[in-house]
Design a protein around this ligand. Structure first.
Ligand SMILES: NC(=O)c1ccc[n+]([C@@H]2O[C@H](COP(=O)([O-])OP(=O)(O)OC[C@H]3O[C@@H](n4cnc5c(N)ncnc54)[C@H](O)[C@@H]3O)[C@@H](O)[C@H]2O)c1
Length: 813
């Protein structure tokens, strides 16, 4: 390409990025990319001076002010700073102090002095504004605009709470302050969370959020955003002594009540080594600062010396911005993989063309979760902005849509092809990439998970450790380290393999681990390896292994509740496992129970129920559990379903838990009285459903539900299992289990620990009935905090009143 074409092309691109950044507050490429293009253009123009256009972007500052704002002419132009450098690769990084030394040398040479004092300050990543105070009152605020003309944003600036509208102390007749408006990181995060919650587009970074918030035509919008201001210079002062140094200027502004960074962050240093030290210190603090900075600024401290050095086209010669390594860079997406964490969480990860960002070469970046990928619309082949700030894991910030690879497809007619993206929108796989189990996602949860539990390789070590834990299968001697080695060396693929381990396996495992650890890692620092098998008695080298095998064997007959807890089912803790074991009695029933039945049990909500049903429905888990049973593991205490289960199997209770929208408990009771049994409902055709005496929306929801064949089949299976459980449970005459048979309860007020629903379930499980209002037939009123008229009525009728403890005392333990 000829230089003139290249110059035109670069200029057009830079102008576009200028517009996006300064006018629209929505840049699409990182600063490093912009700086790179600008440097390329500068180099070309330097090589071909005749080709430099009078309006070249290399000669201009900022962007044109928005016509919608009143224009303000700056009496003292607002300039750029010449950069010591911007985006860096590793080699430049090593050489960074050379540039700084050159800057100091030039300044000393031109001033003809041996030492120069520099006032140094962070380079805030916000937007520059000019504030004018007359007789101590803020009269005008303007953005930088193109340096000569800015936008009048006085109303908007007035909403910044930290900024004085009236100066303190003895204000000068007129004062023009220069400083930066920015948004603190925490305010930015809050704003973006609110944007997302409201369905609005989040801001790319705090700078854009600050610029977009300040440049609002309606200052009331600005007022809702939290902005901050830090002063960095005086442009003019009349009616008072103008301080002789830059540092003096800032101190003076602070004395008038104008915010600036604390003195420790803006010292004066007196040579290149001081500049370098300041740079390093601030770079190290960067992530911890409450606002974003993109470098540091060095300014000759003496104003007289500043004046002697003067200006070049768009920047002062007495100051320089020393940029930090870019935290954002452009690269391309080579693939999108899914990682399965040790707890089964699925995380999409972008594989990137290697890129130097935040001081390191990055090849992977997290995409967080499926919603994020879809919101950002990240696709394979895309050019993306990658961010790595501090020690935070690198992430994909946004896609440069203008660079998305496209292909032409025939359009409406032969002559108008349409451009379509080469890659499709990305979707999370429906099966775990590690074990093939189905992927589940809880309602309202962003994180998808593999339902494979201990059947999944990725979760195996964690699952086996949980399984062997003290409150689970309690396998003595099977600690974390053994589990890791057994899994790593392939002795244990799944939990059932534990029960097939032999003495020879364990001894071989130990020998290999010992050899690996004493062999010494060439990379290691020479420290002795961690003593992995300290408990081994040398004289009886296989004693530990015999003990471990005995521990494994002893765990073959666990109580059902422990076995259920040991399976590591998401949301299933000790208490839930006990409820399942108490009510259902047998592992087989638990495995077959649909979510609606599980949700009918006390203390088991919809989320836990569906997590359980999901776990047992996964074929990989079925195989793994069968393998356990084959290996001789069997619950020791299986029994018939509890009598207390019977009232919980009432059709209206199960129907209300099917997940049919709008089918509340009351409606479910009406439905049950019309159809009689669950099995009967499963056989109704659409016409019969529509004929039911129920509100239209319930009928429609039910008809839609029954239209799905799997739902119908599920309903039949639920009916069958409920029937089987009912006939297996002992008859209800067992008065010990049914102490409330024939009694009517009413609940009122807030109980200290139980929810209304839990209390109701407990009463019903004990054979009692729960009514809505107090009457002469009421046997007990269970009253909690803030009990009202029901309590009065109960007392006037002489009904017995219980609190939560009183209720629990009457229940069987
Ligand atoms: N990503 C994009 O598309 C895009 C487009 C245009 C510009 N940019 C970025 O904007 C910048 C362009 O330069 P510029 O002229 O706006 O800024 P600059 O780098 O030349 O520096 C001047 C600005 O620095 C700020 N500043 C912060 N702290 C300061 C301090 N302590 N003392 C003095 N000034 C301080 C002021 O706002 C001032 O206007 C570059 O970083 C460039 O990468 C990016």
């Amino acid at each position: 390409m000829t230089p003139d074409r290249k110059i035109a092309e670069l200029s057009a691109l830079i102008e576009r990025y200028n517009r996006e950044y300064y006018v629209e507050d929505a840049p699409t490429v990182p600063d490093a990319e912009y700086d790179r293009l600008l440097r390329e253009l500068e180099a070309l123009e330097a090589a071909h001076p005749a080709l430099r256009a009078p309006d070249s972007p290399t000669l201009r500052v900022g962007g044109a002010p928005l016509a919608a704002f009143e224009q303000v002419e700056h009496q003292v132009p607002m300039l750029s700073l010449s950069n010591l450098f911007s985006d860096m690769d590793a080699a430049e990084f090593a050489a960074r102090h050379a540039e700084l030394i050159a800057f100091d040398e030039r300044v000393r040479r031109e001033l003809e002095v041996p030492h120069v004092g520099y006032a140094v300050m962070p380079k805030f990543d916000g937007l520059a504004v000019s504030l004018v105070y007359e007789n101590g009152v803020l009269v005008r605020a303007a953005t930088r605009g193109d340096g000569a003309t800015g936008e009048n944003v006085t109303e908007n600036i007035r909403t910044i709470r930290s900024l004085p509208l009236r100066l303190t102390g003895t204000p000068p007749a007129r004062l023009e302050v220069r400083g930066e408006v920015l948004m603190l990181k925490k305010d930015f995060e809050r704003l973006n969370a609110a944007q997302l919650a409201a369905g609005d587009k989040p801001f790319a970074n705090p700078r854009n959020a600050a610029a977009g918030s300040l440049r609002q035509l309606d200052a009331r919008v600005t007022a809702t955003r939290r902005l901050s201001f830090f002063a960095y210079a005086i442009a003019e002062v009349t009616g008072a002594q103008w301080p002789a140094t830059h540092q003096g200027e800032i101190d003076y502004l602070v004395s008038l009540g104008i915010p600036a960074v604390p003195p420790a962050l803006r010292p004066v240093v007196d040579d290149a080594a001081g500049l370098a030290a300041y740079y390093e210190v601030v770079l190290a603090q960067r992530a911890a600062l409450p606002y974003e900075i993109d470098g540091v600024v060095y300014k000759v401290n003496q104003r007289a010396q500043q004046d002697r050095l003067g200006f070049v086209a768009r920047a002062p010669r007495f100051a320089a911005a020393h940029k930090f390594p870019a935290e954002e860079a452009l690269t391309t997406i080579e693939a999108i993989d899914v990682q399965v964490g040790r707890t089964g969480a699925l995380t999409p990860v972008a594989r990137l063309a290697p890129v130097f960002v935040g001081g390191v070469t990055v090849t992977n970046a997290t995409l967080h979760n499926e919603d994020e990928v879809q919101r950002k619309d990240v696709r394979v082949g895309d050019t993306v902005v990658v961010r790595r700030a501090g020690d935070v894991i690198p992430e994909v910030v946004s896609v440069v849509l203008a660079r998305r690879p496209m292909r032409a497809e025939p359009g409406a007619d032969l002559f108008s092809p349409v451009e379509v993206p080469l890659a499709d929108a990305w979707r999370l796989p429906t099966q775990c990439p590690v074990c093939g189990s189905h992927v589940m996602r809880e309602e309202g949860e962003a994180i998808a998970r593999c339902s494979g539990g201990f059947a999944c390789q990725a979760q195996r070590a964690q699952a086996i450790r949980h399984f062997a834990g003290r409150r689970m299968m309690d396998i003595d001697g099977l600690g974390e380290r053994y589990v890791e080695k057994l899994v790593d060396y392939g002795y244990v693929h799944r939990v059932a393999d534990l029960y097939r381990l032999t003495l020879a396996d364990l001894v071989a495992m130990k020998r290999r681990a010992d050899a690996e650890e004493s062999g010494g890692d060439p990379q290691s620092d020479g420290a002795p390896p961690e003593d992995l098998f300290a408990a081994i008695d040398d004289k009886t080298p296989t004693r530990w292994a015999e003990n471990l095998l005995a521990g494994i064997a002893a765990s073959r007959r666990p109580p059902l509740a422990r076995l259920l807890f040991a399976l590591g089912i998401r949301h299933v803790g000790e208490a839930t496992a006990k409820t399942l074991a108490d009510y259902l009695g047998r592992l087989d029933y638990v495995r077959r129970a649909p979510a609606a039945l599980l949700a009918a049990l006390p203390d088991i909500g919809a989320v836990v129920a569906s997590s359980l049903a999901d776990f047992f429905a996964e074929p990989n888990n079925e195989v793994a559990i069968d393998a356990l049973l084959d290996a001789g593991v069997a619950p020791a205490d299986e029994h018939a379903p509890a009598a207390a289960l019977l009232p919980l199997l009432a059709p209206e209770r199960l129907l209300a838990r099917l997940g049919v929208p709008r089918l509340t408990e009351t409606r479910a009771a009406q439905l049950a009285s019309q159809v009689g049994t669950l099995a009967a409902l499963a056989t109704l055709d659409r016409r019969e459903v529509i004929a039911l005496q129920l509100p239209a929306e319930v009928v429609n929801a039910l008809a839609d539900y029954l239209d799905v064949a799997a739902n119908r089949a599920g309903l039949s299976a639920l009916a069958a299992l409920a029937g089987e459980l009912a006939s297996a449970a002992p008859a209800q005459t067992d008065s010990a289990a049914q102490p409330f048979a024939g009694l009517t309860f009413v609940l009122t007020g807030t109980l200290p620990t139980l929810t209304r629903d839990q209390a109701k379930t407990m009463i019903e499980a004990a054979g009692g009935k729960v009514a809505g209002s107090v009457s002469k037939k009421t046997d007990y009123l269970v009253a909690g905090e803030a009990a009202g008229s029901k309590l009065d009525k109960a007392q006037s009728l002489g009904v017995k009143v219980l609190d939560e403890d009183g209720l629990k005392a009457l229940l069987p333990t």
